[in-house]
Design a protein around this ligand. Structure first.
Ligand SMILES: Cc1ncc(COP(=O)(O)O)c(C=O)c1O
Ligand SMILES: N[C@@H](CCOP(=O)(O)O)C(=O)O
Length: 497
């Protein structure tokens, strides 16, 4: 059955109008529609049950695999130790055509209807179809700006159609909010079902920990974060501290923290919140759907994503692929994963013709959130790249910092990881792989304000051998003549010759 109307019976609403008296502290309180908050309203107008389901299967297995797990189980790996993947019942979803889904998703944008005002939960049927809306923990994340990088594109890349998807302009300043709303909502549900979960934990380079602690704090769930000591920015460190997480600063790198949290979550009733947990991918994939939606369901030629633990590149692939499989679009973009040269295990694997993957010891990089040498989602990333005719690129420290400074000089304020992605763009433009009229989306993964320290170092000329584009503040005496001298020099330098 193909239904293209928004008002299919499965989505019709059941309306309860009667006000119900309830008794609290011996006083009679009447809850009326007039006093409803957005969750009350959602309770009064529940969407009718639909038949959509999802479950875990081993990564790469089909929906009818012999091995599968309910999303209400606490499980992160298959019997053979492989990654898991959330599989949706695509047959049930496909009973509705592409136009139906496009219209449904479009109808929810820009509203405050619980939970659909969120860019993630506006796609609830494709994310966690079975969760009760009441259990959702959301900050109305997503719906982030898709910025037309007009000046950067035209002036520096000879392109007319360059876009930056600002996933970092978000509740905690990174794309991690998209996955974390899903994971913490499911934990909220599991705790209500009395599953043995006392808290939620992650290893982090600073963004996962910020998102985890914020969403847990919003739901009143304890959070524990393992951070590599002195390897994350001050802004990222203060986020979980402020949100009341237990913050462990551990004398190792991210890969060391990841190993520890995996061991600890096997022993204690702490739920693992890293993207090894495939629930995270379900939220992150909505950024891909959102890009298509923002282009009025036209497919860009390329999407460039900075990669570290490598969950996000697969999330983008999965979002685009679902849109193609369910008839919302007819193709998917080519994907580029961009790595820092100091933390480039995927790049090395790629240029080696995917022959042998070797984890590395990641060196210090200004793109500190992707200083990862042993990415947990390596298999997912390879799958995404192979199935999207994808490419892997890398950026040296100087390249990524210059790219960040150049983008900032055109009105952006990006993070160093986005500098890595812009460097990849520049290299692929120079080699002619990306054409001047191609429509390209660069995914900006975190807010630049989280990385102010590295920008200060760059612009003050404090980094040996770097600072080609530096623009330090000018110290000037507090008198008219001195200020005039500085301004005259400045204006002369800017006067067209
Ligand atoms: C700001 C930022 N950009 C990019 C990434 C890379 O994402 P992924 O680990 O999913 O590859 C991360 C985290 O790793 C991040 O925090
Ligand atoms: N950049 C990440 C690294 C961990 O990635 P995850 O997606 O597996 O949680 C961070 O901010 O911690």
């Amino acid at each position: 059955m193909v239904v293209s109307s928004l008002f299919h019976p499965s989505f019709s609403t059941i309306v309860f109008t009667a006000a119900k008296p309830i008794h609290k502290n011996h006083r009679s309180v009447t809850i009326s529609a007039a006093n409803d908050n957005i969750k009350d309203k959602a309770r009064r107008h529940p969407t009718a049950a639909n038949n959509f389901t999802a479950k875990y299967v081993p990564f790469g297995a089909s929906f009818d695999s012999d091995e599968s797990y309910s999303l209400d189980e606490i499980v992160y790996r298959s019997k053979s130790g492989a990654l898991l993947d959330v599989h949706h019942d695509v047959e049930a979803l496909a009973k509705f055509d592409g136009a139906y889904w496009r219209n449904l998703f479009d109808s929810r944008v820009g509203k405050t209807t619980w939970p659909y005002g969120s860019g993630v939960w506006s796609k609830k049927e494709w994310v966690l179809p079975e969760i009760n809306s009441d259990d959702i923990v959301s900050t109305f994340e997503g719906n982030s700006n898709l910025f037309w990088a007009e000046r950067f594109g035209k002036q520096f890349e000879g392109m007319n159609d360059l876009w930056v998807k600002h996933c970092g302009i978000s509740h905690t300043g990174s794309f991690k909010d998209l996955g974390m709303t899903v994971l913490v909502s499911q934990v909220n549900r599991l705790r209500k079902m009395n599953r043995p979960l006392v808290g939620v934990g992650c290893a982090s380079t600073g963004d996962t920990s910020a998102a985890l602690s914020a969403y847990c704090a919003a739901a009143g769930i304890p959070s524990i974060v393992f951070l590599p000591a002195n390897k994350i920015s001050t802004a990222q460190l203060i986020q979980p501290v402020s949100n009341g997480a237990l913050v462990l600063s551990i004398d190792t790198d991210f890969d060391g923290c990841m190993k520890l949290i995996r061991e600890i979550t096997c022993e204690l009733p702490i739920y693992l919140a890293n993207s090894l947990n495939s629930l995270r991918i379900e939220g992150q994939k909505t950024a891909a759907i959102e890009i298509l939606q923002q282009f009025d369901w036209q497919v860009p030629d390329w999407v460039i994503v900075p990669g570290g633990n490598l969950g996000n590149i697969y999330a983008f692939y999965k979002g685009f692929k679902m849109c193609k499989d369910l008839g919302l679009v007819d193709k998917i973009p080519r994907l580029v994963c961009a790595q820092a040269a100091n933390a480039n295990p995927l790049y090395l694997y790629y240029i080696n013709g995917w022959k042998e993957f070797k984890a590395i010891k990641a060196e210090t990089t200004f793109a500190s959130a992707i200083q990862i040498g042993d990415p947990v989602s390596i298999d997912r990333a390879v799958y995404a790249l192979k199935n999207s005719d994808g490419i892997v690129e890398e950026a040296t420290e100087e390249e990524l910092m210059d790219a960040m400074a150049l983008a900032d000089s055109t009105g952006m304020f990006i993070c160093p990881h986005t500098g890595v992605a812009l460097t990849a763009l520049n290299k692929l433009r120079k080699s002619g792989v990306i054409g001047s009229s191609d429509r390209v989306v660069v995914v900006s993964t975190a807010h630049g304000l989280k990385f102010a320290d590295s920008k200060i170092d760059y612009h003050s000329g404090n980094i040996p051998g770097m600072g080609r584009l530096k623009n330090p503040p000018v110290s000037v005496k507090a008198d008219f003549g001195s200020v005039m001298d500085v301004l005259k020099d400045f204006l002369l330098s800017k006067t067209p010759k």
